[in-house]
Design a protein around this ligand. Structure first.
Ligand code: PLP
Length: 393
């Protein structure tokens, strides 16, 4: 393959760009993870994660991808045969539901079109109808990475509270945490599931769970088999030390300490505002392209369009995978593909993590260049619309 000059622009929705300060924090020898030095690093990571998740609950961390923290959430609070109400949002709710089934849980899907946000009133109505209280947990993906829609966790939390139903609220924050506001305690979330490689700007490899008192109470009676992810084993080490079922992933902790410092130095509100700005610039560009029978925003609820990833529908007759294949091989910009039923129909621009205006403009200009080069219909002025917006924002 011919060499492509310059850096690759990583515009997939995770893993994301790892800032140099985080890379440098990992450039050091391994340490004995039973020493006070590592204990201090753990404590700082946990305390700062609580600030990012906006919780005073327990935070557990494991060597895993996000799939591990999905599994941990179910294994710690459910028993075989329990019913989980899975809000349908897209490919990630679908595969989380498949995991629940593999564990012997009953998965009831709250059906919802992938291009629309979940209406919290529907969750409320379903729980009110569950007179016998059989639903153990309501599971929702905060930001559905496959569709580019953000779901209203505050509204769903309020809906659950309004019913007085005992169901726990479990939320996947894998592509929202540290990119958009998430308020675990205020919104009434019992379990938050996260991973390291998106808004936290770290390498893949850390699964994170936060649990409310109610969720910790549920672990006492939960009967699904668990060992590696058993929260009671992880959180009950000496002097508040996190315990690992194996060797602690110390280099990932070096990275996490630095990453959390970076986020707090920038300020969470500033981080969220930056994500909003870059996402809105992207949406303006796509709307301009769409005016010429070109690619359009996949999500139909404007208020719910994600600030971490935009899913873009190709015009009929054009294959999104062929398009982004050339974007990568000719111009070295990596875009996300459509997942599951959206394969070939949408491509995705990730605009989360360590990203600034020139980086998103480079991506948008390249997409526009490739639309022209590949003869795909589109309205003019996508990049102009993004620049115009950023100049005034
Ligand atoms: N949930 C969401 C919303 C995701 O975006 C992803 C991955 O992209 C996952 C779960 C799965 O996480 P992982 O790939 O780290 O296992």
């Amino acid at each position: 393959m011919a060499r492509l000059a310059g850096r690759q622009f990583l515009n997939i929705p995770g893993p994301t760009n790892i800032p140099d300060r985080i890379l440098q924090a990992m450039h050091r020898p391994a340490l004995d993870f039973m020493t006070p030095e590592f204990f201090e690093i753990q404590v700082e990571c946990r305390d700062n994660l609580k600030k990012v998740m906006k919780t005073t609950g327990e935070v557990m961390i494991y060597a895993s991808s996000g799939h591990g923290s999905w599994e941990a959430a179910m294994a710690n609070i459910c028993s075989p045969g329990d019913t989980v109400l899975m809000c349908e949002t897209g490919r990630f709710s679908e595969s989380w539901g498949e995991m629940c089934k593999a564990f012997g849980l009953q998965v009831e899907i709250l059906e919802n079109p992938w291009d629309r946000a979940i209406d919290p009133n529907r969750v409320e109505a379903r729980l009110r109808a569950d007179k016998a209280g059989t639903i153990k947990a309501v599971a929702v993906v905060h930001n559905e990475t496959s569709t580019g829609l953000t779901h209203d966790i505050a509204g769903i939390g309020a809906a659950i509270r309004a019913t007085g139903h005992p169901a726990l609220l479990i939320v996947d924050t894998i592509s929202s945490l540290a990119s958009m506001d998430f308020r675990m305690d205020e919104w009434g979330v019992d379990v938050a599931v996260a991973g390291s490689q998106k808004g936290l700007m770290l390498p893949v490899g850390l699964g994170i769970s936060a649990a409310s008192d109610k969720a910790l109470e549920a672990t006492r009676t939960a009967k699904l088999p668990r060992k590696y992810y058993d929260w009671n084993e992880i959180k009950t080490g000496d002097h508040g030390r996190l315990r690992f079922a194996g060797t602690a992933p110390s280099h990932l902790f070096f990275a996490m300490r630095e990453g959390l410092r970076l986020l707090l130095e920038e300020g969470l509100d500033q981080v969220f505002a930056r994500h909003h700005r870059l996402a809105e610039a992207t949406r303006r560009a796509v709307r301009a392209w769409g005016r010429g029978n070109g690619p359009t925003l996949f999500g139909k609820d404007d208020h719910a369009l994600s600030n971490s990833v935009t899913a873009i529908q190709m015009p009929a007759g054009f294959d999104a995978n062929a398009f982004r294949g050339k974007v990568l091989s000719e111009t070295n910009v990596a875009l996300g593909g459509g997942l599951s039923r959206l394969s070939g129909k949408v491509f995705r621009i990730g605009h989360l993590g360590d990203l600034n205006e020139p980086m998103i403009l480079g991506c948008l200009a390249t997409v526009e260049l490739q639309l022209k080069r590949q003869g795909i219909p589109h309205g003019p002025g996508g990049v102009d619309a993004a620049v115009e917006y950023l100049a005034g924002a």
